[in-house]
Structure formats: structure tokens, C-alpha cells
Ligand binder design. Structure first.
Ligand code: NAI
Ligand code: F6P
Length: 385
């Protein structure tokens, strides 16, 4: 069985590629990074190390790669695959849609078996978003045929894999924990289950619990850590006022999740505690710049800060800690991050009031807008204590 995975980066090699290989798939990566592609083609294997005391190491073998810049090669790989997965970044999905659309066309011409395409990105409805990009490239007749031949089940993926600075560019160090949840209600009948994936009938509670706890908490630690001058999440979380604020943010989203999805309070506290420990993992060095990356995406209406804040507000809560995290996001500067640079330019040109509305969609009349503004002004005056 062949799995074509888009994105031979940290999650691609350190999580999805590893799990699919262990489940018996021959993994073919598609990437636009020539070095990664050439090394995978040459060596056909790489190692994954667990970030714990034992430093257990796995060798993933029988893998190869194709260059994602060669669309016809990508299309042929899609046509021959038994499964397609992605971990390229949600903003990149539109760039891989062309090869996937051509591949689907080939599959339909050849009468190939049905295919599942699973986007493993930090986003609500990642596979659905990919489907929209792909379908936009197919004519009406092909779209109708694709409905019967291809499914795009949404997924939630959780494993912390920092940016790597290893001598061997293919080696990847990952935290021991992982969770991959797939919406089986969007799958086609008779598709073989993959060991290691948790299939659920309703994904929303799982993706919201993960995105609004792990990702909300993590980016809060990054933005607060940045304000305090820390370079890594481990350093930021060792500063107890930051660790305490991050817990408050997660408890705020926790109240929402418990009320909305009926999670058990005690179990959710345990979930939060475990995640705080994962952030502090002393065997990983996770840069604030990575975890805070793409602040425009992270401040957007359907992402980890604004979405839970608006939902909490609708349920009668005042999301003050989420507003604090958003305020900190507006102060995040990184010359290497085009989104952070764009926000800072807008702050100079249009000011914070209009920037809040522009990036979060939360208008000046909304109480959350005022909360963000208040925290922003406070952060500009005083350090976190
Ligand atoms: N690193 C982590 O801990 C986690 C990341 N994620 C999500 O996984 C996705 C990937 O994240 P990372 O692995 O950290 O990023 P990464 O930057 O390490 O990997 C992304 C890979 O995609 C490749 N790529 C870019 N454009 C491409 C294209 N057109 N075709 C094929 N490949 C292309 C890049 O060259 C890179 O190798 C993101 O959506 C992220 O939010 C989800 C859970 C955990
Ligand atoms: O990949 P993104 O969405 O930029 O955000 C980084 C996030 O990815 C993760 O590494 C894994 O979900 C989180 O630790 C972190 O919040």
C-alpha cells in the first residue's frame, strides 16, 4: 500500500510518515525542498528520536520522495496512491491542489479505487479546505465523478515537533505524545482502518479541544514569552507568571469546551496539566518564533484565539485571558515572519484600534475589542509580573 504525503517537514517525517510506515504503508513524500527530496531519494530512510530520557530512536525505511515542483510527477503519484495526506501548512494547501486535481482526473480516467485525502494541519476543516481548492480546479462533470471516487475526511493532529537543527537534515526529534483523530463520518465505506488513528463520528469536540487548548495555550506562551524577552517556550514556561497566565488562558477555553461539548471538568483539568508538562518538556528546545509564527493566521476569526473568544462571549463569558493573548500577539515582532512584519507595519499606519478589527474581525463596538485594547496598552507600559 502506498501513501503519498505532502510535506516532508517536521510533522511529515516526525509524525505522519512514521505512523503510516509503522502501519505498513510505503511512504512517498512530496516536497519542494530540494535537499530533503534528494536525501530521501538517496537514503530511502530516516530516523525519528523521541524527546524523553530514553531517547528511543526509530528508523523509518522504505520511503522515497518526489519533487513537488514537478506537477505531472505529483499527479501520477496521486493516481497511484492508496492514501494521500498533507502537513504543509494550511496556507500552502492551495499550492498543492493543482497536482491533486490532475491526479484525481487520472484516477477517474483509469477507474482507480476510491481514495482518502487527509489534511493534517492545525486548522478547523483542513481537508474540507483542501477539497475546495481541488474542486475549484475540476470541471462540473469531474466534480460529480470525484464525489464518488475521493473523500476528504477532516482530522486533528497533535504532536509537538520543534524546528530541528540536527547535523543530519532528515533526522527529527519529536515529543513522545501523539494523537491523530479522523472524522469517519466523512470516509467512504469499507476503507481499511489505519493503526494509530483514532476514528470518531463527530470531529468538532476533538479538533476544538485540541486547537483551543494545545494551540491556544502554546501560542499564548510564545507571545507572552516574546514580550518577556525569552527565545524558547521552555524558558517562557519556567517564568511562573507566564506559566500561570497560560494556565488561565487554557482554563478559559476549558470553560467554553466543557459548556459546549460536555467534557468532564476534572478530566479536562488533567488534560490541561498534561499539556502544560508537554510545553515544558526539557528534552525539546522549541523556539518562541516557531510557536508564534504566522500571527495573522493565528489572529484570524476561525483560529485558536478569536474563535474560542467569540464562542465564549456568546455563552455569556468574558474572555479576558484570550484577549490578553491576542494583545500580546499584536506585539510579536519577528523580521523573518512576513505576517508579524505586516502587523507591525499596520500598527504604525492605522494604529491598534483599526488593526484589531482588521485582523480579528472584532469591531470597535464589541466588548472583546476593548479588552484587547486595554491589555495591549498595559503590555506597552509594564512587564509581566
Ligand atoms: N510542528 C508541529 O509540532 C505541528 C505542526 N502541525 C501542522 O503541520 C503542518 C506542517 O508543520 P511543520 O511540519 O511544523 O512545518 P515544516 O515547515 O517543518 O514542514 C512543512 C513542509 O512542507 C513543505 N512544503 C511547502 N510547500 C510545499 C508544496 N507546495 N508541496 C509540498 N511540500 C511543500 C516544506 O518544504 C516543508 O518541508 C502545519 O499545518 C502545522 O500547523 C500540526 C501539529 C504539530
Ligand atoms: O503550526 P502552527 O499552527 O503555526 O502552530 C504551532 C503549533 O503546532 C504545534 O507544534 C503542534 O500542534 C503546537 O505545539 C503549536 O501550537
Amino acid at each position: 500500500m502506498k501513501a503519498l504525503h505532502f510535506g516532508a517537514g517536521n510533522i511529515g517525517r516526525g509524525f505522519i510518515g512514521l505512523l503510516l510506515s509503522q502501519a505498513g504503508y510505503e511512504v512517498i513524500f512530496s516536497d519542494v525542498n530540494d535537499t530533503l527530496v534528494e536525501l530521501l531519494q538517496e537514503r530511502k530512510s530516516y530516523t525519528v528520536r523521541l524527546a524523553n530520557e530514553a531517547q528511543e530512536t526509530f528508523t523509518v525505511s522504505g520511503v522515497t520522495a518526489i519533487n513537488g515542483k514537478h506537477v505531472d510527477e505529483v499527479a501520477e503519484a496521486v493516481a497511484q496512491a492508496d492514501l494521500v495526506t498533507t502537513a504543509v501548512g494550511v496556507n500552502i494547501l492551495k499550492h498543492i491542489a493543482g497536482g491533486i486535481a490532475k491526479g484525481i482526473e487520472l484516477r477517474i480516467e483509469r477507474g482507480a479505487a476510491p481514495l482518502h485525502i487527509i489534511a493534517c494541519e492545525n486548522a478547523i476543516g483542513g481537508s474540507t479546505q483542501l477539497k475546495e481548492h481541488v474542486y475549484a480546479l475540476l470541471g462540473e462533470e469531474l466534480r460529480t465523478k470525484a464525489d464518488a471516487a475521493v473523500a476528504f475526511p477532516d482530522a486533528a493532529v497533535d504532536r509537538i515537533v520543534p524546528i530541528q537543527h540536527n547535523e543530519d537534515p532528515l533526522q527529527v526529534t519529536v515529543e513522545p505524545f501523539y494523537e491523530w483523530v479522523v472524522d469517519e463520518s466523512q470516509m467512504m465505506e469499507g476503507f481499511p482502518r489505519i493503526a494509530g488513528i483514532h476514528y470518531v463520528k463527530h470531529l468538532e469536540p476533538y479538533i476544538e479541544r485540541k486547537l483551543f487548548t494545545v494551540n491556544t495555550g502554546h501560542c499564548s506562551a510564545a507571545y507572552l514569552g516574546y514580550l518577556q524577552g525569552y527565545a524558547t517556550i521552555q524558558e517562557a514556561m519556567a517564568h511562573s507568571p507566564i506559566a500561570s497566565l497560560v494556565r488561565h488562558v487554557m482554563q478559559e477555553t476549558g470553560s467554553l469546551l466543557i459548556q459546549k461539548h460536555g467534557f468532564d471538568l476534572a478530566q479536562h483539568e488533567i488534560y490541561i496539566d498534561k499539556i502544560l508538562q508537554r510545553f515544558k518538556n526539557p528534552y525539546l528546545i522549541d523556539e518562541v518564533a516557531r510557536v508564534g509564527r504566522s500571527p495573522i493566521r493565528k489572529l484570524s476569526v476561525n483560529d485558536r484565539l478569536v474563535r474560542p473568544a467569540l464562542q465564549a462571549y456568546e455563552l455569556g463569558m468574558s474572555p479576558t485571558y484570550l484577549a490578553m493573548a491576542m494583545a500580546a500577539a499584536f506585539l510579536f515582532e519577528d523580521q523573518g515572519d512576513t505576517e508579524a512584519v505586516e502587523i507591525q507595519a499596520d500598527l504604525r499606519d492605522i494604529g491598534i484600534t483599526q488593526a484589531i478589527t482588521k485582523y480579528t474581525t472584532i469591531g470597535e463596538e464589541h466588548p472583546i475589542h476593548q479588552l484587547i485594547l486595554t491589555h495591549y496598552e498595559q503590555f506597552k507600559q509594564t512587564a509581566i509580573s
